[in-house]
Design a protein around this ligand. Structure first.
Ligand code: ASP
Length: 317
């Protein structure tokens, strides 16, 4: 059987990444732009050599997890008891295979664990110690949680808890205020065979309850990929995004509206319906894409044949 991609010949590959939607402080703008630009370039170079969209999003998100500026992997925000708990999702638009892990505490690169679940498990979603044990059986090393914790984040947690005790509104979970830090990372890719993939990875929200799972690793919420419509990765205040199953909402609208409009509509809907804040990257099977956010900033990058573009606000696109 011939696929659409075979008929059409080789597609022009494309890779988009985001590094979180929030009010990125001025002294961190450059590091965010540098981080997303590097990840987009590395993913794109793989695509250009013929790598699959899954390989490209995995490589891009692995780099972002290893970059301590982002809320993913080492350097993530802390739970209220001072630990790092990580969630990640990967989805293959060609087959709809998906893999996700949640609340893992001993993995350096949860996106690689999500890939293993996608490839090797009969299940889609594994959480906590069961997820860690599953990937250990496939040779992935387990580390101590303290290796993921930075002093910078210990201090940030102390400040958040002091605010909480002083009766300031909890900016992470309640109210319509954008939260303190939303540095979740994600990538979407289109490979030369016309296949889409999506990946999202996060340390979640600052001062979260142990065991809390946000939107990022939930299929259809923090990410989705289907060759027939689009690939999406989201970031932002997770609880409203989950309630709206926003990645699937956006992807489903791409065939009719195109990714530019669908991305804008998704973020407008997030705010109109639940006063949520966040951002989205959305890539269609024809290579058209949309990026939108309603936070003051979002780190983003696009790499394609025309070259690399990156920034921390859409006016730079
Ligand atoms: N969406 C993530 C969560 O709620 C946070 C983020 O995007 O930074 O876990």
């Amino acid at each position: 059987m011939m696929t659409a991609a075979h008929h059409a010949g080789l597609a022009s590959p494309k890779l988009l990444v985001h590094g979180g939607a929030w009010d990125i402080p001025p002294d961190q703008l450059e590091a965010h732009t540098r981080g997303v630009a590097r990840a987009a370039e590395v993913g794109y170079f793989l695509l250009r050599e013929g790598a699959s969209s899954l390989d490209a999003v995995e490589a891009a998100v692995t780099l972002l997890e290893d970059d301590e500026i982002f809320d993913a992997g080492r350097g993530s925000v802390l739970t209220r008891d001072g630990r790092v708990q990580l969630d990640a999702l990967m989805m293959d638009g060609a087959t709809l295979r998906a893999g996700a892990v949640a609340c893992v505490e001993r993995l350096k690169n949860p996106i690689q664990a999500a890939r293993l679940v996608l490839e090797r498990s009969p299940h889609v979603y594994l959480a906590g110690a069961g997820a860690e044990e599953f990937v250990r059986e496939y040779g992935m090393g387990l580390i101590d949680n303290s290796e993921l914790v930075l002093d910078r984040e210990r201090l940030r947690l102390q400040v958040a808890q002091a605010r909480e005790q002083a009766g300031f509104p909890d900016r992470t979970f309640a109210g319509s205020q954008p939260p303190d830090s939303h540095d979740t990372v994600g990538a979407v890719a289109l490979d030369v065979n016309g296949n889409l993939a999506a990946a999202t990875s996060t340390g979640g929200t600052l001062n979260k309850a142990p065991g809390r799972v946000g939107d990022s690793s939930l299929i259809g919420c923090g990410g989705y990929a289907d060759n027939r419509s689009a690939a999406a990765s989201l970031t932002g205040w997770g609880e409203p995004i989950m309630k709206l199953v926003l990645a699937k909402w956006a992807v489903d609208r791409v065939p009719k509206l195109g990714p530019e409009q669908a991305a804008e509509d998704a973020i407008a809907y997030l705010y109109a319906r639940l006063q949520g804040h966040g951002g989205i990257i959305l890539l269609g099977p024809d290579g058209r894409f949309g990026i939108a956010h309603n936070t003051p900033r979002m780190a983003w990058a696009v790499c394609e044949r025309k070259g690399l573009r990156a920034g921390t606000h859409l006016t730079e696109l």
